[in-house]
Design a protein around this ligand. Sequence first.
Ligand code: HEC
Length: 121
Amino acid sequence: MKIYFIKLLVFVFIFINISCENDSENDLIEVVTVPLVTYENSVKAIIDGNCISCHNDPPINFAPMPLLTFDQVKEAVDNRGLLDRVSSEDISFLMPAGGPRLPQPTIDVMIQWNTDGLLEQ
Ligand code: HEC
C-alpha cells in the first residue's frame, strides 16, 4: 500500500511537471506580426485600378505624368503630393480626378506605405 502511494505521488509529480512545461515564449506572449505595406504587395494594385486610366504612359486626359512603375509612383509621393491628392476632401484637387474619393481604408494603405518607408517589395 505504501509503495503504491509513493508510486502514485511520483506519477502525479511527473504529470504536473509535464503539464507546466513551457518550451516556447509564444505560449506566454501573443506575437502579432503586421506585414509591411510595399509597392508590390499593395500599392501597385490600387494605382492600377484607380489611376492609370489617365496616368498611363503616355498619360491621357491631360494627366501630367505616368504612374506605371515603382519609381514613378514613389516620385509622385515624394514630389507631387500624391498622398495629399488622394486624401483631399476638395473635389477640384482630389485624385482620382473628378472623384469619387477612394475608400478610406485604401487611402490608409497608401499612407501606411509612406510610413513603412516606400518599399518596393
Ligand atoms: C480622370 C483622369 C485621372 C485619374 C483617374 C487620376 N488622375 Fe491624377 N491627374 C489627372 C490630371 C488631369 C492631373 C493634372 C491636373 C491637376 O493637377 O489636378 C492630375 C494630377 C495628379 C497629381 C499631381 C501631379 C503634379 O505634378 O502636380 C497627382 C499626384 C495625381 N494626379 C495622382 C493620381 C492618383 C494617385 C490617382 C489614382 C488614385 C489619379 N491621379 C487618378 C487626371 C487623373
